[in-house]
Design a protein around this ligand. Structure first.
Ligand SMILES: [Zn+2]
Length: 149
């Protein structure tokens, strides 16, 4: 607890630039939402590669057997409109609008490139992995992966 309180106090004292650098470090691989998905699918017998650098957007999970990739997106960084209609932080607004807009455009380009290369692309947003939604989401995605259409 002491460490957590220290951490919160520390975040508050940072300038917006420092805070955004720290936040992008936190946003690295093996985030919790991704672990929830990996554990579930692995237990269901799915086998996958992680963070495949050779594919556009470095998909979080790659299922070669199903020619399918799965992204697990943080709602803030990937501008999830459903749960975050007003996504932009109030301070440094133009910086964030630009940055988040670029993220969304890059996501779309990655999906297009992957589809053109014959991959099926699924995305899970972190809000779909909340306590109340996780089970439904994981069941749906595990069916989508094996569903050959
Ligand atoms: Zn969301």
């Amino acid at each position: 607890l002491a460490i957590l309180l220290f951490y919160i106090g520390y975040m508050d004292r940072l300038t917006p630039g420092e805070r955004s650098r720290l936040m992008s470090k936190i946003r690295s691989k093996d985030t919790k939402p991704e672990l929830i998905v990996r554990r579930y699918l692995h237990a269901k017998g799915f086998r996958y590669r992680l963070h495949d650098k050779s594919l556009p957007g470095k998909p979080d999970l790659v299922f070669p057997k199903y020619q399918t990739v799965l992204f697990i997106h943080g709602c803030f960084w990937h501008g999830h409109k459903i749960c975050r209609p007003n996504n932009t932080p109030k301070s440094n607004k133009s910086y964030w609008v630009n940055k988040l807009e670029r993220n969304i455009i890059r996501d779309q380009q990655n999906v297009k490139a992957l589809s053109e290369a014959g991959w099926r692309v699924f995305v899970i947003y972190e809000c779909e992995l909340s306590k109340t939604s996780a089970e439904m989401t994981l069941l749906r995605v595990s069916q989508q992966i094996v569903d050959k259409k």
